[in-house]
Every structure is written in structure tokens, then in C-alpha cells.
Write a protein that binds this ligand. Sequence first.
Ligand SMILES: [Zn+2]
Length: 80
Amino acid sequence: MPSLDVKRFYIRGLILKETCPICGKECTVDMGHEYLSYPDFNNPKKPVTVNFWCQSPECDDTESFEATYDLKITMEKWHE
Ligand SMILES: [Zn+2]
């Protein structure tokens, strides 16, 4: 199954949002700053995992949780 031969795979402009399971606040991860390492893609059986750190007053940047994603990459013929 395909994986990207990229140690630090950034996706500029993509901000992931998830709800903290502890306090219920919305957390974000900017994929232009965080990266995926050699991620699998186009493989519904192998998700990629992203770690979220919650910065709400309750969690105070000490609580983290994971979310999993299906990374899909396509290349399509350019047509003007
Ligand atoms: Zn939280």
C-alpha cells in the first residue's frame, strides 16, 4: 500500500478541528506547522493519526487526544 516517502509532510492551509473529549472545547491543529511522517495514503485500512493538545483553561495544554484521518491524494489531468 502506498505511503509518502516524506519525513515531514506539511499541508499548508489545512487546519484540522476536533472537539476535546475532556472539556468539550474545539481544538485545532494547523497542518502547516505540524506534519505527518511517512504517512500512508489512499488506504482506508490505515488511517493517519494527529495529536491535539487542548489549551482550554481546564486542560491547560497538558491534556492531549488523538484523531485519525483517511489521507487521500489524487492527481488529475489538468484541463483549462
Ligand atoms: Zn480540553
